[in-house]
Design a protein around this ligand. Structure first.
Ligand code: HEC
Ligand code: HEC
Ligand code: HEC
Ligand code: HEC
Ligand code: HEC
Ligand code: HEC
Ligand code: HEC
Ligand code: HEC
Ligand code: HEC
Length: 412
């Protein structure tokens, strides 16, 4: 019965594949149409174009370039009022936007239509559209002209782990950037940061690429007063704590550059506990109340870190002693959650909140250590109860040995 169903299902799938395969191939390979001349001569472009998403949607060479795709002579194929040859950077923006800014065409694909509008507001867009500066990227500098793929395709130029390489073409060119008074090095710095490690080493796609902070089409550096909001898109709890304290007000007023006052923009790292106090004295006098709060934060963080470690070690001891640790592990998990809250809450500069949280970590750690000590005592007691057993076993061995010796002597 089961086998029958299985065969039936396989048959249906096979039939579907056989029926579907030629249809798909036809859709993707439009040179099957012997009347389409462009790709007869431009075979390399054909290959590049077939890899992209536009060809699947029935878009053809003449939709962008114009010309006469029925003519097989170069002169006549490249003829016609609509033939534009190779579009320039400005023309390209118009060309792409003719479909991508049209809600009627994009609706059925569920694609947003704001790329050109955003691009207009960007530093890149200003440069090209208003300044006619051809060093600025047009749509195809980031997307390619023929192999255009959606952002979630790993081969795409705009796939999260490929984005930096797309910006690199221009932003690592020191001569080019020098002309605009811009530094290079953002890509390497970002790669080595906590964000780069999360993205490239740990494959954590929640970590920001260049465009998470700058916008893809609105490529702009965030203004000083916006930085905390840019980072706060992801670090929601930190943002909340930050705005509830004095630094939040200073950031809104533009007095400090939000989060990057203590974490760099591209080389973002956590501030290590032994660096916290020094970070504060970059702006505050060494003995000022603010600097002393920094010392206090460092102490709370260090103590909570030690508590957490001792709790971890106690759990390892319990496991080694063969104890059940399910309950203890849950308690430890709670301590870990509270510990993470400390790192977030200290952005408010509110010491009371901080003390309360580190006290919670401390008391859980104390409980777990106590459980481990009790277990250790039990182990010792358990050892004591075994002494008579050992004694009896040893006596038996000694007796047996004497007996054996006596027997041997008798034999001699
Ligand atoms: C008979 C062969 C042939 C046909 C058919 C043909 N082309 Fe070309 N095309 C060429 C050659 C040769 C060049 C020049 C290549 C070069 O200089 O590198 C060229 C150049 C181009 C260029 C670069 C700009 C320019 O004008 O030099 C574009 C764009 C182009 N073709 C598009 C098309 C399109 C679109 C079609 C179909 C409507 C088409 N071609 C049909 C042979 C052909
Ligand atoms: C979505 C619009 C679009 C479509 C469709 C398109 N092209 Fe292009 N093509 C461009 C743009 C834009 C450029 C300018 C170069 C750039 O921006 O990289 C270009 C450049 C070219 C060039 C000359 C420059 C070069 O890269 O050597 C040729 C030849 C060409 N295309 C041929 C074709 C052929 C053949 C097809 C069909 C297989 C095709 N194009 C389909 C947009 C398009
Ligand atoms: C003739 C209309 C037309 C033109 C011109 C056009 N596109 Fe498209 N584009 C589409 C359609 C239709 C899709 C397919 C949407 C889909 O499959 O989800 C698409 C898909 C895309 C995608 C993938 C989006 C996604 O997330 O799936 C990108 C990126 C893209 N186009 C960029 C460009 C660029 C850059 C240009 C100019 C060189 C351009 N397009 C020109 C119609 C067009
Ligand atoms: C500086 C690089 C850059 C330029 C210039 C650029 N794009 Fe994009 N584009 C991206 C990135 C990166 C994404 C990926 C989406 C994201 O992460 O926000 C994207 C995504 C897209 C998408 C997919 C849908 C979406 O909005 O997410 C389309 C369509 C698109 N771009 C079209 C265009 C058009 C049209 C232009 C020219 C007006 C253009 N792009 C210029 C980098 C660029
Ligand atoms: C084709 C070259 C090119 C590419 C590709 C490119 N850029 Fe740019 N970008 C420029 C130029 C040129 C400027 C200088 C504009 C100015 O400051 O006047 C610039 C400026 C910027 C600025 C503004 C800096 C400032 O302080 O004014 C940001 C941010 C930026 N680019 C981010 C990106 C990101 C992110 C990418 C990749 C998704 C990217 N760019 C890809 C050429 C490029
Ligand atoms: C975590 C957020 C974030 C990420 C990720 C990020 N940037 Fe930035 N970037 C910023 C901020 C914030 C500034 C503004 C610095 C300031 O004004 O102090 C900036 C400034 C810039 C500038 C202006 C020149 C400079 O160095 O100050 C360029 C160019 C730039 N970024 C390019 C990039 C590129 C390319 C990437 C990808 C490798 C990238 N950024 C990734 C936040 C980010
Ligand atoms: C697109 C989301 C996103 C944006 C935007 C973002 N981050 Fe992050 N950030 C992450 C992720 C994901 C991690 C890695 C978390 C981990 O490994 O536990 C991270 C890690 C960090 C770390 C290290 C935390 C640790 O425990 O080691 C710091 C500090 C940080 N980000 C600060 C910032 C700052 C400052 C900004 C703005 C300039 C910013 N982030 C923008 C998502 C983001
Ligand atoms: C980039 C400079 C900068 C750094 C670094 C910095 N602060 Fe501040 N801090 C400020 C500014 C600006 C204000 C607002 C001063 C005002 O409004 O008078 C402020 C305000 C404060 C206040 C409110 C009371 C007061 O003195 O105005 C406290 C508390 C404080 N900071 C603590 C810290 C601690 C703790 C650190 C280190 C973890 C630190 N700050 C690091 C610039 C900085
Ligand atoms: C006055 C200096 C200062 C400013 C401004 C600051 N931070 Fe921090 N940040 C720290 C210190 C110190 C730590 C380390 C605390 C610890 O080890 O518990 C930290 C830790 C972090 C962490 C790691 C904690 C976690 O949840 O994983 C993140 C993420 C973070 N900051 C993001 C931000 C963001 C986002 C902003 C802006 C809204 C910001 N920081 C502003 C000093 C600062």
């Amino acid at each position: 019965m089961r086998v029958g169903k299985w065969i039936l299902a396989s048959g249906i799938i096979l039939a579907a594949v056989m029926a579907g395969a030629p249809a798909l191939a036809q859709q993707r390979d439009f040179t099957i149409d012997p009347d389409y001349s462009c790709v007869a001569c431009h075979t390399e472009k054909r290959r590049a174009f077939l890899l992209g998403t536009h060809s699947e949607r029935g878009i053809r060479c003449h939709d962008c370039h114009g010309g006469v795709p029925q003519a097989f002579e170069q002169a006549t194929a490249h003829a016609g009022a609509d033939y534009i040859g190779t579009p320039g950077k400005l023309e390209t923006v118009r060309l792409c936007a003719s479909c991508h800014s049209d809600p009627d065409q994009m609706r059925r694909y569920g694609l947003p239509v704001g790329q050109l509008a955003e691009y207009r507001t960007s530093r890149h867009g200003h440069l090209l559209l208003e300044g006619g500066d051809l060093n600025a990227p047009t749509c195809t500098d980031c997307h390619d002209a023929h192999t255009i793929l959606p952002p979630n395709d790993a081969r795409s130029n705009v796939y999260p782990t490929n984005i930096a390489a797309t910006c690199e073409d221009c932003h690592e060119d020191a001569a080019l950037m020098g002309g605009y008074g811009l530094d290079t090095g953002q890509i390497e710095t970002h790669r080595a940061s906590a964000h780069g490690v999360a993205l490239y080493v740990e494959n954590n796609f929640a970590a920001p690429t260049c465009v998470s902070c700058h916008g893809s089409h609105a490529a702009l550096p965030p203004a000083v007063s916006q930085i905390a909001d840019v980072c706060g898109q992801c670090h929601v709890q930190v943002r909340r704590a930050f705005y509830s304290g004095a630094h939040g007000d200073a950031a809104l007023a533009g007095t400090i550059p939000g989060c990057t006052a203590c974490h760099s923009n591209h080389g973002t790292e956590r501030v290590a506990p032994d660096q916290i106090a020094a970070t504060c004295t970059e702006c505050h006098e060494a003995d000022s109340p603010a600097a002393l709060i920094g010392v206090e934060i460092a102490e709370q963080v260090t103590r909570a870190t030690q508590d957490l470690h001792s709790s971890e070690e106690a759990i390892h001891e319990l496991i080694r002693a063969g104890r059940r640790v399910a309950d203890v592990k849950l308690r430890h998990q709670t301590a870990l959650t509270v510990y993470l809250q400390i790192s977030q809450a200290q952005h408010s500069l509110d010491l009371e909140v901080l003390e309360d949280l580190s006290r919670q970590v401390g008391s859980i750690a104390t409980d777990i250590r106590a459980a481990e000590e009790v277990a250790a005592e039990h182990r010792w007691e358990h050892g004591l109860t075994l002494i008579p057993v050992w004694f009896l076993a040893l006596s038996a061995i000694v007796l047996a040995w004497f007996k054996l010796r006596a027997l041997r002597k008798e034999e001699l």
